[in-house]
Design a binder for this molecule. Structure first.
Ligand code: ZN
Length: 743
């Protein structure tokens, strides 16, 4: 392996002289040496795109301009309407109608259209009842009433608000308020002498996935769990509520699934394999992701009739929500929860449209969004799906003139995302080997709305996203300008560089909550998530209520579909830029630098496995290994930059190099994770379930430390070491190809 310092130093010099030719390229190399986040910006105007020669940059610029100029707000608005006309949860007649609309529309754009059908375990509501039985009897509503200003709530397809995969049954008992319902809240309750066993827990939404709350309630011995949306978290305390504003109103319960997805994602009965009709299936009694207690969701307008009736100790300050009374822990009120769900195998359908590549039809870039919705799906997923449809329309229009991308571009519309990423997961499980061979990039978008650019993904794609964001106009500047300013403003004051123009934003680590999960965590392909989000992130005011409607989109989320135009341009530019690149624009120097930074953090994680007085985990060998990868990657990027600057890209060697670059991510995943969560194969990135949808570096190690499992910590450290070694070996192999004189 070539890790002596001499070639490295040369590579550095090369990068800097190369700056005149490719500013973005040089910035990427500088990034590997500078402190994360603080980089000089705009040394020169953007000349060549990352991964392109100067000649191919000119052609690409013209192609992208054609795409961006053709994106239309009028078209977006028209494409969105049928996506939000009728409630369309997975497995419903409304969902079948949306699938037909997608197939017909995508075909009319001139794209090849395929449908992938599975049989998934889905739950639909028959009847949900929540009755306060003491101090006085009061029936609590689980249906949103009609609302002046948004007539959608009266649609005949709409049923009771429910929590998918809740156990069916009746539970009755005294009510205890458990704050956010997280393990720390139960510890606090225990300290205060409040017992939850045999009682009904009521928890507010926020700070973690609802499934974590269900699991914690089960562990605490609660008979049932009531989830509600407190106005302090997403209601009037934060700002004007719909129909007057962005935030959640008095009668807007949040639906959702409560599957314990940290074991695996997708269909609860077919872990690791596609849910085809003849697939082996778990029995529901043995399916680990299914909750075991009844769970219901209430709007605060209903939940207040329980909370205000509670006696017992006054809740600690950290438990107090935004309703105008003193929060108490209980008991003092009692409730009867009756859940009757119609659970069963139902068909789900993914629709995938394809525009075949001219040079490498068997190498693909895929964009994805889901099409199922808890109700109308105005924002979630109507906005994301409409942007993807508009992408498809414009690509189809360009293809009519005979143009083709170099690599294939696919646009996927997933079903049953709301039930826990089922459509995307079953597809990824079915086509795992093909995806690993062919997919060079997966880009997910769940939704967008007026707000800040929100980009996540594996670190090798950071420079690529920066490069693309710089070319998409937004307001008086570019998407990149807005991204940088917003991320700078979100930094804690002490960490903010004085000059926001010198700050360089980064991709956030992907956790959970949308269809990127099977691609990054299970298949291990290079993955991005691209959205624009408002003040409360993904939890916009009408999220998962009946009022996530077309009216909410027109008045709050994206009046005039102006944001949609920018969103579509970003998605299309990402797809075209990756599909046509001479050398795939991955930057593993940044990946290695991010791993180094994360490793330096590990000793501060609070090692419950170390025990009292034990020395902190020694990460020095791992750091040395990450640094070795950093040096190799920097040399590789220097060699690639040199080739692009010379315009010398021999086809055979470049194809081999591109395949190594695209497939490197897979080598960072393995089958050696914890036995109960082996579906999550990525060693470096995953989901931190205790902080909602946040990503977690080294998820296996983090879980082992949190759980105090010394043997597991040792195993995970060795696992990380092996993955880092594979990273270096592969970078060295790529470097050999990139440095070869002639092929
Ligand atoms: Zn969604």
């Amino acid at each position: 392996m070539r890790t002596s310092l001499a070639p490295l130093a040369r590579a550095r010099v090369r990068r800097l002289t190369f700056a005149a030719c490719s500013a973005s390229g040089a910035l990427g190399a500088l990034g590997a040496f500078g402190a994360l986040g603080a980089f000089p910006e705009r040394l020169t105007a953007q000349a060549s795109y990352l991964g392109y020669t100067s000649t191919s940059t000119a052609t690409q610029r013209a192609t992208e301009d054609r795409f961006r100029d053709a994106v239309s707000a009028t078209s977006l608005s028209a494409l969105h309407r049928p996506l939000s006309r009728r409630p369309h949860p997975a497995g419903s007649p409304g969902a079948a109608e949306v699938v037909t609309y997608l197939q017909r529309t995508l075909r009319s754009f001139g794209l090849e259209v395929e449908t992938f059908e599975y049989r998934a375990w889905l739950s639909h509501p028959r009847r949900v009842r929540v009755t306060r039985t003491a101090p006085t009897v009061r029936e609590l509503s689980v249906r949103e009433p009609a609302l002046a200003g948004d007539s959608t709530a009266t649609h005949p397809d709409l049923g009771d608000a429910f929590i998918a995969y809740s156990a069916s049954g009746v539970a009755e008992g005294a009510v205890v308020y458990v704050n956010y319902g997280l393990p720390a809240d139960y510890e606090e309750l225990a300290r205060l002498g409040v017992n939850v066993r045999g009682r009904i827990a009521i928890a507010r939404y926020g700070r973690s996935h609802r499934a974590v709350k269900v699991f914690a309630a089960q562990q605490a011995g609660a008979r049932a769990l009531i989830l509600y949306s407190d106005p302090a978290d997403d209601g009037f305390v934060r700002g004007p509520a719909w129909p007057n504003g962005y935030w959640r109103g008095e009668q807007m319960p949040q639906r959702g699934n409560a599957k314990l997805s940290w074991y695996f994602h997708g269909d609860p009965l077919t872990p690791g394999v596609a849910a085809l009709p003849d697939a082996p299936r778990l029995s529901t009694a043995n399916a680990p992701t299914l909750p075991r207690i009844p769970v219901v969701a209430l709007a605060w307008g209903e939940a207040q009739h329980l909370l205000s009736a509670l006696g017992g100790p006054v809740a600690p300050a950290s438990f107090a929500g935004g309703l105008p009374f003193t929060y108490r822990l209980g008991p003092g009120a009692a409730v009867r929860v009756a859940v009757d769900l119609d659970d069963g195998l139902r068909p789900i359908r993914n629709v995938v449209a394809t525009l075949r590549g001219r040079d490498a039809p068997d190498r693909r870039v895929m964009l994805g969004a889901h099409h199922d919705a808890w109700t109308f799906g105005g924002v979630d997923p109507g906005t994301g799906a409409a942007a993807l449809l508009e992408c498809a329309r414009v690509l189809g229009q360009m293809a009519r003139t005979g143009w083709r991308p170099a690599r294939t571009i696919a646009l996927a519309f997933w079903d049953a995302e709301e039930y826990g990423l089922i459509g995307s997961t079953e597809y990824a499980e079915q086509w795992r080997q093909q995806l690993q061979d062919q997919l060079v990039l997966y880009v997910n978008t769940d939704m967008y709305m007026r707000g800040r650019f929100d980009a996540g993904g594996v670190p090798s794609l950071r420079d690529f996203v920066v490069d693309v964001a710089r070319t998409v106009p937004d307001g008086s500047g570019t998407v990149y300008d807005g991204w940088r300013t917003a991320e700078w403003a979100r930094l804690p004051r002490a960490q903010r560089p004085a000059d926001s123009a010198a700050y360089r934003p980064d991709l956030k680590t992907l956790g959970s909550g949308a269809d990127f999960v099977p691609f990054q965590d299970h298949v291990g392909v290079p993955t991005l998530s691209i959205e624009f989000i408002g003040a409360n992130g993904y939890g916009f005011g009408t999220y998962h209520s009946r009022f996530d409607s077309r009216a909410y989109v027109e008045r709050i989320a994206d009046p005039g579909f102006v944001q949609g135009v920018t969103m579509t341009r970003v998605l299309g530019t990402l797809a075209l830029r990756m599909a046509n690149a001479d050398v795939l624009p991955f930057r593993f120097s940044h990946y290695a630098a991010r791993l180094e930074a994360a490793l330096r953090d590990v000793p501060t994680w609070g090692d419950h496995a170390a025990g009292q007085g034990a020395p902190p985990l020694d990460v020095a060998p791992l750091l040395a290994s990450a640094n070795r990868a950093l040096q190799l990657a920097t040399s590789l990027e220097g060699a690639i930059g040199q080739r692009l600057a010379n315009g010398h890209i021999p086809p055979d060697a470049t194809r081999a190099l591109n395949d190594r670059l695209a497939r490197l991510e897979q080598l960072l995943a393995d089958d050696d994770g914890a036995p109960d969560s082996r579906w999550y194969r990525h060693v470096f990135y995953g989901w931190n379930i205790y902080s909602l949808y946040d990503g977690q570096p080294f998820p296996g190690l983090a879980e082992a430390m949190r759980g105090g499992d010394r043997a597991r910590v040792t195993h995970e450290v060795a696992r990380i070491a092996r993955a880092l070694a594979r990273l270096s070996t592969e970078l060295a192999a790529a470097l050999t190809i990139a440095q070869a004189r002639e092929t």
